[in-house]
Design a binder for this molecule. Sequence first.
Ligand code: ZN
Length: 426
Amino acid sequence: MRRVLLFLLASAVIVAAAWLLARIPGHVVASLGAFTIETSTPVAILLLVVLLAAALLLLGIIRGVLAIPRAGAGWRRRHRLALGQRAVTRVLVALAAGEQGAARKEARRARHLLGDSPQTLLLVAEAGRLSGREDEAEEAFRALTKQEDAGFLGLRGLLRQAIDRRDWPEAQAIAKQAEAAHPGTIWLRQQRAELALQTENWAEALELIGPDARRVTYCIAAADAEPDSARALSFAKQAWKQDPAFPPAVLAYASRLRAAGYEKRAQSCIAEAWKRAPHPDLAAFALAQEPDKLARVQAAKRLIANNPAHPESRLLLAQVALDAGLTGEARHQAEIATAEGVKQRRLCLLIAEIEEQERGDTEAGRLAQRDALRRAATAEPDPHWQCTNCHADHAAWQPKCDACGGVGTVQWLSGVRTSGLPVIAG
Ligand SMILES: [Zn+2]
């Protein structure tokens, strides 16, 4: 209804305008050279309108023709973009499916279509790595490092490659660049800590590691690697504070205290540790400066005073007493240890030694010795240092297992050997 009304209104306006136009009086004469056009004013106005409309139409056509090349380039660009995006999708699918050849081919196609964008370079690199073409991946990562916003991604890829090649100096150089490009990244911190570990830069690893159960190991190793005695003492003290019952930590601290002239403090640390967790290495340290055999017995008694019933205390006292010729005391301690269930090889050997010293070369002595040695052959193994990761035995504690490279995995095993130990990854 509204449309009909509008149509009627428009028709009325046009009819009125035509009627008004037709009523304009006069005529128009136009001369051009030998031609003269003479017409009435309404017709002249109408011709002028038609001429204006024709000029506008012509202008439109000219503009359209001029825009053809530009429109063509735009279409081509859009087409390339669409093809490139499709190639990117295909790379992602191929990477997810583990199709190395397809991923590599499509990644190169995407790079050709879309140019060196962070996305295409990253895809080329990942596809290269998947296909084992580390050279291609490296070239893409290097190109990526030159990108203003995505340089870190390139450095990250190069760092991963360097770590995989175990090229530690190169990895450290790249890690420094990455740190400058993107400071404070947690991932980078972890990588740098790992690199510091691989290059055995313990002090740096300690700075980077944050809260970690292996800190005590790092502190001991940092103390051992530190040439400056004051700094070494500081690292050793940190280790001891971390775990005052862990023999290597206690010994690291006590040995530096001894070297600095604080013998009393060193002995007190050892005695404190013996109270919590006795260990033969602690006894060796405590008695090291006591050459006299009887004095050693007294020193051993002082050491074990706060934990005399521990099997380790009994074995220590038995050994030093035997060394001093006090076979009665040695036998007494050995018998208590046996009664308390100690069945280790070292106790059997100790008893054999006691028999030899006490009874000498008699028939009864030889029999008792033979009996003790026979028991030693089938006894439980002695406590020892073992890697909880690869189960390799070690003569002494070390921060890094030289068999598997695990850090902080060498632990004191005081019981029977087992094969189902919890695995602690290095
Ligand atoms: Zn190991």
